[in-house]
Design a protein around this ligand. Structure first.
Ligand SMILES: *Cc1c(COP(=O)(O)O)cnc(C)c1O
Length: 342
C-alpha cells in the first residue's frame, strides 16, 4: 500500500526505535524525566522562546495555547477552514469557553487588514476578541505558507491592540523549509506555537507547545487537567528529539514529491489543481469534473494499492512524507492515471 492519506501515518525510523529503547526516563509529572526535559529545552531553544511543553497531540497543544491566552466568553479570530475550528471537536468552546470568529482567507492565509476589521470594540453587545490564531502551513487550504512578513504584520498589529497571537504550526517546519528560514525567525513575534512531532517529522506520538515561561507554566497545569500528564514519557521524547534535529532537515524531499504528484495529475482528465499553491507536502485537487465522487475514487485507488482520502465529495488530498519515496509517488501517479483514463 502507498499511503498518501496523511503524514501522520509515518512510522518511527530505526534510529528512533533505538533511541526509544535506550531513553533515560523518570516521572515527568514530577518534572523528573530527563529526556522530556531535554526535548522541551531543545524545542524552546530552536524556536527562540523561553519554554516548551510536550503534549500527547496537536489538538491538546492548540487547546492549551488557546486557553492560556483567553477567558470565557471571548472570541478567537481564525481562518474559516482552520483546524482549531473544524477538526478539534469545538475544544475552544468546550474547554476555553470561547467562540470562533472565522474569516475566509485566500489560500487559507489572513492579512492584518482583514483581522483588524473583525476585532470587536468595547460594547454591551459584543463578545470581546481574546486571541488571533493563524495556521502555518494551512492544512486544508493545500499546505499553503504564510509569507514571513505577513506573520510579523499580524503580530505587530495584534500586540499594538493588546492581543496575543497563537500559531497552529502543526507543520511549521514545512513552512520553514518552503521559506528557507529557520522556525525561530518565522515565529519570532508569535506568542505561542504548537507543532507536531508525529507528522512529517516522523515521531510516533507527540506535539510541542512553545512560548513564554509564564504561558508554559500555566499550560502545564491545563495539560494535567486534560489528562495529559504523562509519566515515563521519555521513551516518546527520545523520538521527538530525532524528529526535531534530523527529520526536519529532509522535508524538502517531501515537497519535491508533492510537486511531482501535483504536476503529474494536473494534465489528467477532470482534475483541477492549483499548482502555484503546492509549495509544501500537501496536494489538494478537485475531482468534480471527473463526474465521480471522491469516495468512489478513493475506493478505486485503494483496490489498486493506493490510499488517498477525500476532504469533501469533490476535493481530495494527498500528503507526502518520509515513508513514501519518489518511486512510490511515480507508482501512485500510474494508479491515478489508470483509474481516471479509461
Ligand atoms: C494534525 C493537525 C493538528 C493536530 O492534530 P492531532 O491529530 O491532534 O495531533 C492541528 N492542526 C493542524 C493544522 C493539523 O494538521
Amino acid at each position: 500500500m502507498i499511503d498518501l492519506r496523511s503524514d501522520t501515518v509515518t512510522k518511527p525510523t530505526p534510529e528512533m526505535r533505538r533511541a526509544m529503547a535506550e531513553a533515560e526516563v523518570g516521572d515527568d509529572v514530577y518534572g523528573e524525566d530527563p529526556t522530556v526535559n531535554r526535548l522541551e529545552q531543545r524545542a524552546a531553544e530552536i524556536f527562540g522562546k523561553e519554554a516548551a511543553l510536550f503534549v500527547p497531540t496537536g489538538t491538546m497543544g492548540n487547546t492549551i495555547g488557546i486557553k492560556v491566552h483567553t477567558r470565557h466568553g471571548q472570541e478567537v479570530i481564525c481562518e474559516s477552514r482552520a483546524h482549531i475550528l473544524n477538526y478539534e471537536l469545538a475544544m475552544m468552546a468546550w474547554f476555553a469557553g470561547c467562540v470562533a470568529r472565522p474569516i475566509a482567507g485566500e489560500n487559507g492565509l489572513l492579512h492584518w487588514d482583514q483581522i483588524r476589521k473583525e476585532i470587536r470594540p468595547v460594547s454591551p453587545h459584543y463578545a470581546p476578541t481574546g486571541l488571533i490564531e493563524i495556521e502555518n502551513t494551512h492544512n486544508v487550504a493545500g499546505g499553503s505558507v504564510y509569507p514571513p512578513e505577513r506573520i510579523e504584520e499580524i503580530c505587530d498589529g495584534a500586540h499594538s491592540m493588546g492581543l496575543k497571537v497563537h500559531m497552529d504550526g502543526a507543520r511549521v517546519f514545512n513552512a520553514a523549509t518552503a521559506c528557507e528560514k529557520p522556525v525561530n525567525e518565522l515565529c519570532a513575534k508569535v506568542d505561542t506555537v504548537n507543532f507536531c512531532l508525529s507528522k512529517g517529522l516522523g515521531a510516533p506520538v507527540g506535539s510541542m507547545l512553545v512560548g513564554t515561561r509564564d504561558a508554559i507554566d500555566r499550560g502545564r497545569l491545563y495539560r494535567k487537567r486534560l489528562g495529559g500528564g504523562m509519566r515515563q514519557a521519555g521513551v516518546l521524547a527520545a523520538a521527538g528529539l530525532i524528529a526535531i534535529d534530523k527529520m526536519s532537515r529532509r522535508l524538502h524531499e517531501d515537497h519535491a514529491n508533492a510537486r511531482l504528484l501535483a504536476e503529474g495529475i494536473a494534465g489528467l482528465p477532470g482534475i483541477r489543481v492549483n499548482l502555484p499553491n503546492v509549495r509544501t507536502n500537501i496536494v489538494i485537487f478537485d475531482v468534480s469534473a471527473t463526474g465521480r465522487a471522491s469516495a468512489e475514487l478513493s475506493a478505486a485507488f485503494k483496490e489498486r494499492g493506493l490510499r488517498i482520502n477525500g476532504l469533501s465529495p469533490t476535493l481530495m488530498r494527498m500528503v507526502t512524507h518520509h515513508d513514501v519515496n519518489s518511486d512510490a509517488c511515480r507508482q501512485a501517479l500510474e494508479v491515478i492515471r489508470s483509474v481516471l483514463v479509461r
